[in-house]
Design a protein around this ligand. Structure first.
Ligand code: ADP
Ligand code: MG
Length: 211
């Protein structure tokens, strides 16, 4: 996976976040302040502009510019959290021209660690961590088992889907939704839902490359 692959991933994220903007905002309307979709759509539009304007010769440079742009352009909790995730992944990839599956697994683990540290969040608190953590664990385990790319990416997205669905039953303990207390139960976490979209985009771009 080279820089072009990672630019294609970000472009796919921008497309699906744009398409799902209103859905994400509706999820946030139920337990937050109804801005998650617009926050991320604005952020990834800015990322696309930054990538078009700048040179990003390596996977790491693509993700670094993505993360920095999200941090500077997205208000709300999700900007710094996703921004940090992409920046930490970038750092893990370093300046190598290509990333193989084990390198991508390490980058995703670094991204998860960054989110958990910045958000002081653990699994079970009804945040994006509830989609990202099981997805990263499943992907890493699959890659460590020597699974081929399609199986590893399927493990990634299956675990993310299940994790995001699982947030419906949880009470929010972090972020704005936690202000609702027990009334936050019964709604999918918007950040978990956007994490699903971001990871599906990765799987879909990888599947396109396989062909
Ligand atoms: P805001 O809550 O500031 O309006 P967004 O609506 O863009 O920001 O994003 C909300 C999402 O951010 C939540 O659904 C949740 O997944 C995630 N989030 C909020 N706080 C935290 C945290 N401390 N740790 C991890 N994720 C968090
Ligand atoms: Mg919000």
């Amino acid at each position: 996976m080279d820089a072009e692959f990672f630019r294609a991933w970000i472009a796919e994220i921008a497309a699906v976040i744009g398409a799902q903007r209103d859905h994400l905002t509706q999820l946030d309307a139920a337990i937050g302040d109804a801005d998650h979709g617009t926050n991320l759509a604005r952020g990834f539009t800015a990322v696309q502009q930054a990538l078009a304007a700048g040179e990003t010769p390596t996977p790491g440079s693509v993700l670094l510019l993505t993360g920095s742009t999200l941090i500077s352009k997205v208000g709300g909790a999700s900007g710094p959290l996703y921004g940090t995730a992409f920046r930490r992944a970038a750092k893990a990839l370093g300046d190598k021209p290509e990333a193989d599956l084990p390198a991508l697994a390490e980058a995703l683990e670094a991204a998860l660690a960054g989110v958990m540290k910045l958000g002081a969040a653990r699994e079970g608190e009804k945040t994006m961590v509830d989609a990202l953590a099981p997805a990263v664990a499943a992907f890493s385990a699959s890659v460590a088992d020597g699974a081929p790319a399609p199986a590893a990416f399927a493990a990634l997205t299956d675990a993310a889907d299940a994790g995001a669905h699982g947030t419906i039953a949880l009470q929010a303990l972090k972020g704005r939704a936690s202000y609702l207390g027990p009334r936050s139960v019964g709604h999918e976490d918007p950040g978990a839902a956007s994490t699903v979209l971001i990871l599906h985009a990765l799987r879909d771009v990888a599947a396109r490359q396989e062909r």
